[in-house]
Write a protein that binds this ligand. Structure first.
Ligand SMILES: C[S@@+](CC[C@H](N)C(=O)[O-])C[C@H]1O[C@@H](n2cnc3c(N)ncnc32)[C@H](O)[C@@H]1O
Length: 595
């Protein structure tokens, strides 16, 4: 079994300590925008009328395999479509982002080039800017052609910073800086630059609040580049104010979150081929950075787009830009503000499925049915199944409000003041439970997931059986709630299941074998058997979410090793039991079995 020291070693940095991460399931990082006719590879303007294939005359996006193509339609602009059938776990395509940067707090923990965590000898810092770190000389050399510009800019920025906490520019500024330096180096006529230029911009339809944000970002980027006069921006292909707004809008609409193989956010990436994929709240594909065993370290980060359900030929491929565990009203707000569109996916189009587990309370008579969450202007609430009236509408609305406020506060405090954040989640969860809000509904599920990650982050050095059982129970509750809202094989659900298996396999400080099977979590060999079954289930889901050909990615391979180890332990245990049975003297008159 795993020991606590193993568990703690895993948690040494909060980044790699857990298979789980709190928060959303967003694949895109930031955003904003609507649909404009888009120039294809040969800069031929396409006016979208009906769904139309554009890949035949395209010289761009060479990394896309023949099994998919780019089509354009009025509803959502360009998108990627399947040309053949795929099954869940198939890798649709693999690509390296055109640019990526680490978020500031990860700069010292991961290699800025290949994004691996520190090797045994530690990372080496660039001695000039003292901001970026590399795992090897090879990675430093690979990055130098862009970093040499970035290095000067980082030094200039630090010299002009009024205080230490703003001595490093925020990641959107650094990412846009790298994008523009690379564009300058590759030349505007390169395929690389044309792919960046072809990404969708929402410049002409930005809402006023987005314009303000874009303007701030544009000013900061210009300062970071060290540009003194507008004319100097011509070197980056920027001639007018509209051009710079386009650059920022393309970035915010199309950038995505760079993650570890276990989905912990690492920074931001921009990949034009991946940015062709449209959104659905019930996606058929995901993007992951799984570190396949055959991917070379120097090539990383490599993003893999993986089918999480079977996809038929001529079906559009969708990923989710936002957290799909959120209820429809919150998903719609997130998509409108960040991506400028109204989602009409299968999940949003259904006039809110009245029993959507993302937004429901239990039946007041506990008949097994549910009632949709109340809103201020709703008519009387009734259980969908037995029609019992809910008399606690005011209390539910209060619990939802308090839960959301507390979630925002605890999320903001999770790193700077973990104990306070944990106190908040501990106090809030019973309020939501008391109001009968389903564990899979918002904000209860988000609070539970945050609570779980805070428990893990503050796991005692020598935990008691109670502390271990408590985190196992919380993780099991998260798995069960995620199972209600995410399909089997979704990477978040798969990781949660792997985390539960791993925790169940941790050595118990004080096993109580008399506990019985009906108590959760069980103890002793029953617990070990449950750990085994949970890890086997996790592995089958990881093989989908992180790609079957990738063996479920780095986490899938780790889980397989755990399964093999536990299998051996179970064998030893069974053998010991047999030995004990054989050594036990038989009561007089009893017949031996098998004779
Ligand atoms: C990352 S881009 C996706 C590719 C984009 N359609 C294109 O033509 O380049 C994101 C933008 O595509 C559009 N989009 C994506 N999914 C959509 C959907 N489900 N419905 C409508 N528009 C969508 C929105 O304008 C969004 O801001």
């Amino acid at each position: 079994m795993s020991s606590f020291s193993d568990l703690r070693a895993k948690r040494k940095t909060k980044e790699v300590g857990s298979f789980l991460r709190a928060g959303g399931t967003s694949q895109f990082a930031t955003t904003n925008d609507p649909i404009s006719p888009i120039a294809d590879a040969g800069s031929e303007s396409l006016v979208p009328t009906e769904t139309k294939s554009v890949s035949a005359n395209s010289s761009l996006y060479r990394c896309l395999p023949l099994s998919v193509d780019i089509r354009v339609n009025l509803e959502d602009g360009r998108g990627i479509w399947a040309k053949k059938a795929f099954v869940a776990g198939d890798i649709l395509f693999i690509t390296k982002p055109h640019v990526h940067v680490l978020s500031t707090r990860n700069l010292e923990l991961f290699c800025s080039s290949c994004t691996s965590s520190a090797p045994e000898g530690g990372l080496k810092r660039c001695t000039l800017c003292r901001v970026v770190w590399y795992c090897s000389t090879q990675c430093q050399n690979n990055d130098w052609s862009v970093h040499k510009k970035e290095c000067d800019a980082l030094q200039r920025w630090a010299a002009g910073a009024p205080s230490l906490d703003v001595a490093i520019p925020a990641e959107p500024i650094r990412c846009l800086g790298r994008l523009l330096w690379m564009k300058q180096k590759k030349k505007a006529t390169s395929v690389w630059a044309k792919e960046i230029e072809a990404m969708q911009s929402h410049r002409t339809s930005l809402p006023p609040e987005a314009v303000e944000g874009h303007t701030h970002l544009a000013h900061a980027v210009v300062r970071y580049l060290g540009v003194n006069a507008p004319g100097e921006l011509g070197a980056f292909g920027i001639q007018t104010a509209a051009d710079i707004v386009d650059v920022v809008s393309r970035f915010t609409t199309n950038s995505l979150t760079l993650t570890t193989p276990s989905l912990t956010p690492l920074g931001i990436a921009v990949s034009p081929p991946f940015a062709l994929i449209n959104h659905s709240c019930d996606p058929n594909a995901v993007v992951v950075f799984p570190r396949a065993s055959n991917d070379s370290r120097a090539q990383e980060p490599l993003m893999h787009v993986v089918a999480i359900r079977d996809i038929a030929p001529d079906e559009e491929i969708f990923t989710a830009y936002i957290d799909t565990t959120l209820p429809k009203p919150l998903r719609q707000i997130a998509l409108r503000t960040a991506y400028n569109f109204e989602c009409k996916c299968t999940l949003c189009n259904n006039e809110v499925p009245r029993d959507d587990p993302r937004e429901a309370v239990d039946c007041p008579r506990s008949c097994g049915g549910t009632c949709p969450l109340p809103t201020e202007e709703d008519s009387p609430l009734r259980c969908i199944k037995c029609k019992a009236a809910v008399s606690t509408r005011g209390a539910i609305i209060d619990a939802l409000r308090v839960g959301q406020e507390g979630l925002d506060k605890a999320t903001a405090l999770q790193i700077s003041d973990t104990p306070k954040a944990l106190q908040l989640t501990t106090n809030l969860l019973p309020i939501l439970e008391g109001a009968k809000i389903l564990p899979s509904s918002h904000p209860r599920l988000a609070l539970m997931r945050l609570h779980q990650s805070l428990l893990l982050a503050s796991f005692p050095v020598t935990p008691t059986q109670d502390a271990l059982d408590n985190i196992v129970r919380t993780t099991a509750a998260c798995v069960s709630a995620l199972t209600a809202v995410l399909r089997a094989g979704h990477p978040i659900r798969a990781l949660a299941c792997a985390e539960l298996g791993r925790l169940l396999a941790v050595d118990e400080p004080a096993p109580d074998v008399s506990r019985g099977k009906s108590v959760f979590p069980p103890s002793g060999p029953v617990r070990l058997r449950l750990a085994y079954d949970t890890l086997v289930q996790a592995r089958s889901e990881l093989l989908i979410g992180f790609g079957a050909r990738n063996e479920g990615g780095e986490v899938g391979r780790e889980v397989r090793e755990m399964v093999v180890r536990i299998e051996k332990e179970l064998e030893v245990w069974t053998q010991r039991m047999k030995d004990v049975m054989q050594d036990t003297p038989k009561p007089k008159g009893s017949k031996s079995l098998g004779r």
